[in-house]
Design a protein around this ligand. Structure first.
Ligand SMILES: Nc1nc2c(ncn2[C@@H]2O[C@H](COP(=O)(O)OP(=O)(O)O)[C@@H](O)[C@H]2O)c(=O)[nH]1
Ligand SMILES: [Mg+2]
Length: 294
């Protein structure tokens, strides 16, 4: 048996969370086309007869801008330490940039084995792949590179075998039926945030935190979920709610459907929108909303 932890690192939006979800076979992290979707360190656990891979999803690499992205960068940095291997995820469709080779070099020098997943090849013209890979080789990247598509499932088994081969021999860290270290309550908050990321323009979701006040299962099996959507400005609140509350009703309904799928039960969801001016710059609010903790 090989088992160990693998930090999943890469630029915002590279496809880290999607790749982990597909490899694990269940949704453990939310995904959206916008950067800053993942804010916390989340474990996704893949167990087979021959190996257990504990993926450490990270918020990714950002230029620091406020207290929240600060915390997110720190989470990424901490997560890349004390792991058995690093999986660097690169968006092949975006193309290889100079800074990618630099970043790979930086993480490769940490002293743990590193492997590169060159993802989203399903939306790349096939002919472009060799040229992009050559850029990495020319920039001195020595790590093994796996061209994959999380969306189409291309080459994922090979990638998985490559990751497993880097891990030490040893016992499993988690029991085989566990896929994440996060609670159902955490995922419910994240699913709400995912729907907000999908519905509203960037400025709104980036300033939103979701706080679950009630998460209870009733005798009839129905979950009662009561949560606050915290935003930064009164005009954001107005946009979130929309005319006659229509926008909020719609996102809450999408979120509820996903929560029901995730929990396998009916959900009774109540949602309030609150304003906490500039909470992203307040260490007190960040703490209150659970960011930067594990
Ligand atoms: N076409 C395609 N899109 C992908 C693939 N993997 C991720 N994406 C999309 O890329 C965006 C960012 O993905 P996400 O996993 O949130 O990136 P992260 O910020 O690195 O965690 C989302 O819109 C995904 O649907 C892939 O293999 N193919
Ligand atoms: Mg992510």
């Amino acid at each position: 048996m090989r088992s160990g932890t693998v930090a999943v690192i890469g630029r915002a939006n590279a496809g880290k969370s999607t790749l982990i979800n597909v490899l694990v076979g269940e949704k453990v992290a939310i995904v959206s086309p916008k950067p800053q979707t993942t804010r916390d360190r989340i474990l996704g656990i893949l167990t087979r007869e021959t190996h257990q891979i504990v993926f450490v999803d990270t918020p990714g690499i950002y230029r620091q801008r406020n207290a929240l992205t600060d915390v997110m960068m720190k989470t990424t940095e901490t997560a890349s330490r004390d792991v058995d291997a690093i999986l660097f995820v690169l968006d092949g469709h975006e193309g290889v940039r100079e800074e990618d080779a630099e970043l790979i070099g930086k993480y490769a020098s940490l002293g743990v084995p590193l492997l590169v997943a060159f993802t989203k090849i399903d939306i790349m013209p096939k002919g472009n792949i060799p040229a992009e890979l050559k850029k990495l080789a020319d920039a001195g990247v020595e790590a093994d590179i796996y061209p994959v598509s999380a969306r189409k499932g291309t080459n994922l088994r090979k990638l998985e075998e490559g990751i497993a081969a880097m891990l030490p021999e040893g016992d499993t860290l988690f029991s085989e039926d566990v896929v994440s270290d996060r609670s159902e309550k955490f995922m419910v908050a994240e699913l709400m945030r995912e729907k907000i990321l999908l519905k509203y323009d960037q400025e709104i979701p980036h300033g939103v935190a979701v706080v679950v006040n009630t998460f209870e299962r009733g005798e009839n099996g129905t979950y009662e979920v009561n949560l606050d959507i915290v935003c930064e400005k009164p005009n954001h609140k107005a946009i979130l709610i929309g005319k006659q509350g229509r926008a909020l009703k719609e996102v809450a309904s999408f979120a509820r459907m996903d929560m029901e799928k995730f929990l396998g039960a009916k959900v009774f969801l109540t949602v309030y929108v609150k304003v906490r001016e500039d909470w992203r710059d307040s260490t007190r609010f960040l703490k209150e909303f659970g960011y930067g903790e594990e």
